[in-house]
Design a protein around this ligand. Sequence first.
Ligand SMILES: Cc1cc2nc3c(=O)[nH]c(=O)nc-3n(C[C@H](O)[C@H](O)[C@H](O)COP(=O)(O)OP(=O)(O)OC[C@H]3O[C@@H](n4cnc5c(N)ncnc54)[C@H](O)[C@@H]3O)c2cc1C
Length: 296
Amino acid sequence: MMIHWDNIELPGSFSAEQDVPLSELTSFRVGGKARFVVRPDSYETICDVVSFASANGIRCMLLGKGTNVLASDRGFDGIIIRFDTPLHEPVFRDTSVIACCGTSMTVLARETIRHGLMGMERLCGIPGTVGGACAMNAGAYGAEIRQILKRIRILHDGTDEWVDVKDGDLGYRKSVFSYPDAIALEAEFCLLPDDGTAYETMHDCMERRRQKQPLELPSAGSTFKRPEGYFAGALIEQCGLKGYSIGGAQVSEKHAGFIVNIGGATEADVSALVKYVQDVVRERTGVELEPEIKRI
Ligand SMILES: Cc1cc2nc3c(=O)[nH]c(=O)nc-3n(C[C@H](O)[C@H](O)[C@H](O)COP(=O)(O)OP(=O)(O)OC[C@H]3O[C@@H](n4cnc5c(N)ncnc54)[C@H](O)[C@@H]3O)c2cc1C
């Protein structure tokens, strides 16, 4: 539906930036402009924006740090809620911690280790927010959010409530706490007393990331989900696609599981490369690669 913006006035309850390049909001550094971007300064603001958008037929999108998304070259003609700042400090109680979903996952993981807890050390280095990690059931080096997430405060159908996490709520790189089904506001994690290995494990995982991943170039992390019984990066490399590029998008020379922006990539470049890789891998190995990255 076409929105007639001239007839729409934003309410005074939140402030918005206009015409913000999505390339500034996403780690891929790709995409056209967002009509409006709101950075919430309270949980009520998030609720107000969602209600306002829904009452006016305006498209709305929720982003954390934008590290798992590919934004359209056409931009986004609606309101983006950029929930990437903590609204309060983490609250520790015994071996549990409650964190705002705008908190950086890496900052929270480090903080839990400082508090003598273990369970998040392998997730340190995932560059998104706590909300993005819950939405995606982020995981690394054998650890996943679903192993430690106990309760989550969500905004869902206009209701703001804490829910206990049940078996099946989170699956491989997906969860029921993901926008547009829900907005994750706060999350409670159940951890364990540190047995003395947490810091070293965190350090080791961060070092493995630095050595194996193309952290020096813009990307959205692993482009494809891990196909059962295989590793996406190994299949892509085996097909001779390491370093293959279309426009400014390239299959990383360092890790074939990542598509990177080597300069001036557009969404069209990335999408064409994703499709090319899928086609070649299907043809040569019979394996179907499914993208892990979300689209705006
Ligand atoms: C260099 C690099 C390395 C990476 N390594 C890993 C890794 O090891 N493991 C891994 O799992 N991922 C990895 N990623 C991908 C990404 O960092 C994770 O998926 C991360 O959890 C996304 O968080 P975000 O805040 O950036 O979410 P965004 O990218 O902003 O959003 C991702 C999705 O989650 C939704 N969402 C975000 N916040 C919320 C919320 N509060 N409530 C509801 N929905 C929400 C968005 O609408 C969107 O659909 C990596 C990415 C990069 C660039």
